[in-house]
Design a protein around this ligand. Structure first.
Ligand code: NAG
Ligand code: NAG
Ligand code: NAG
Ligand code: NAG
Ligand code: NAG
Length: 429
């Protein structure tokens, strides 16, 4: 049946001129400050208090990973607007797929193994699944280049010499609407739907549990939010709070945490050792953004469009799109420049959290020890990595016989715990 949705919107228009508020930060807050929740019980009873739920018989658990061919793929980014590039030459070119770690999740054909399939071969079964996943789409981290870019634009806009034309004209009235660190609505959506997908693929493994599952995450706001959205998708909003245990590992300096190990590895956050990727990426940015600088600098007066500012603008495209649904920064750059940006992100990861980093293996070690412990059902008894002995020596907080493990983590843990053999050189562009 066709559902019809009627939307009544009241448009309003204001004349826009070059403004002194360009680049200023805009913050909204919800719920409204005066709102209270006290009437909730009297006027808005919960479903169990209301009753009359109707019949609720359950069915069998799905097991699509064993049975479903063809395997369904993640492709959808609704409700985000798919951005164009500056040349728009090839409509199959998808700017969003060139955002490195900031790209919305999508399925790849294979991981370089041609003919490989995620589906369990016929005649085989599955005993357990170990999921290590990234949190959902987020705002930029605190003190990121994009917020610096905004404040520099704002400072420049107050000076008389500032003016913008052509493709950059929009920035005369552009404001910075991004917060920091927390999940965006799209990030919530992806984690919820990943939870739903996981139930379709591996739901049957729930039958092998003898106690409630223990899923893990870290204490950061977006990490907890990601884990809960996943669980709500996997178990359902009505029951997820009582269907499993959510373990929340402290993420902070000097706390051991295999899902955020950089806090216990002193060398991992220093620019000339563990974070060498930034240096390597910047060298490449000088090359791939040279033409963009020549093209765009004439469109902005009173503001030095340095190479690092151009990188910020590419990141702004990614962050604004996942937070606001669209971004005017995206189509300032050509397809080639988007490919350049992707390689820039690759260089950052390779030399900070990949085979080119001297600290990457130490960061990934803790999760790998946990994985081996779970796969072999053997407790960890040497504490020489980011593992927390209090948590991991207990069979309550670190059970070894679960058929399903779900760990919400950061992208850099995925890259550092899946390292190829050491000292592989970064493949050329
Ligand atoms: C280990 O985890 C426990 C439980 O969260 C916490 O109290 C303790 O401070 C942690 N220890 C370290 C070294 O991280
Ligand atoms: C812009 O910044 C670059 C890099 O820092 C610098 O070399 C150049 O002199 C600056 N140009 C102007 C006009 O300030
Ligand atoms: C940590 O301990 C394990 C088990 O004894 C050992 O195999 C490994 O080499 C140690 N790793 C480090 C970095 O000390
Ligand atoms: C935290 O990690 C350090 C370094 O591996 C280790 O020496 C220490 O015992 C660990 N602390 C706990 C509580 O696991
Ligand atoms: C968990 O550990 C306790 C104490 O070491 C032990 O008595 C219990 O049998 C263990 N439970 C499981 C399920 O392994």
């Amino acid at each position: 049946m066709l559902a019809t949705v009627l939307l009544f919107a009241l448009p309003f228009c204001t004349a826009e001129s070059a403004s002194s508020y360009a680049g200023s930060t805009v913050v909204d807050s919800y719920p409204p400050p005066g709102a209270t929740n006290t009437a909730i019980d009297t006027y808005f009873p919960d479903a169990p208090q209301v009753g009359y739920a109707g019949p609720t018989p359950t069915g069998a658990e799905p097991a699509a990973i064993v049975t479903a061919i063809p395997f369904s793929k993640v492709e959808n980014v609704f409700p985000l607007s798919r951005p164009n590039s500056a040349d728009s030459a090839d409509i199959t070119f998808n700017v969003m797929r060139h955002w490195g770690n900031l790209a919305p999740l999508y399925s790849v054909e294979s991981f370089g193994l041609s003919g490989a399939s995620p589906v369990i071969p016929e005649g085989c079964g599955i005993n357990a699944v170990h999921l290590l996943m990234r949190h959902g789409a987020r705002y930029p981290t605190s003190g990121s280049g994009v917020s610096d870019f905004a404040s520099d634009i704002h400072a420049a806009a107050s000076d008389e010499g500032f003016s913008v034309t052509g493709d950059l004209e929009f920035s005369a009235t552009w404001t910075y609407k991004l917060g920091a660190e927390t999940l965006t609505p799209f990030g919530r959506d992806s984690l919820f739907s990943n939870g739903v997908a996981f139930r379709y693929r591996y739901g049957e493994l729930l039958n092998a549990f003898t106690d409630l599952p223990v899923f893990r995450t870290t204490s950061e706001d977006r990490m907890v939010d990601s884990a809960l959205n996943f669980a709500a998708g996997f178990f359902g909003l009505g029951t997820y709070e009582t269907d499993y245990h959510q373990e929340i590992i402290i993420e902070e300096n000097n706390f051991n945490n295999t899902l955020a190990p950089y806090d216990v590895c002193p060398n991992s956050n220093t620019a000339d050792i563990g974070n060498f990727g930034g240096t390597q990426g910047n060298k490449w940015a000088d090359i791939y953004l040279k033409d963009a600088r020549k093209r765009l600098q004439p469109m902005i007066k009173g503001f030095n469009l340095t190479i690092s500012r151009l990188v910020d603008m590419q990141e702004m495209c990614a962050y604004e799109t996942v937070a606001l649904g669209y971004s005017k920064f995206c189509d300032l750059f050509t397809e080639k420049e988007w490919e350049g940006y992707e390689y820039y992100v690759d260089l950052n990861f390779w030399y900070s959290y990949g085979p080119g980093s001297p600290t990457a293996a130490a960061l990934g070690l803790g999760y790998v020890q946990e994985l081996v412990s779970r796969l072999t059902h053997t407790p960890i008894n040497v504490w020489n990595s980011s593992t927390n002995s209090t948590l991991d020596s207990s069979n309550i907080t670190f059970p070894l016989s679960q058929p399903t493990y779900v760990d919400a983590s950061h992208d850099v843990i995925i890259s550092t715990s899946m390292l190829p053999p050491p000292s592989s050189p970064m493949p050329d562009y």
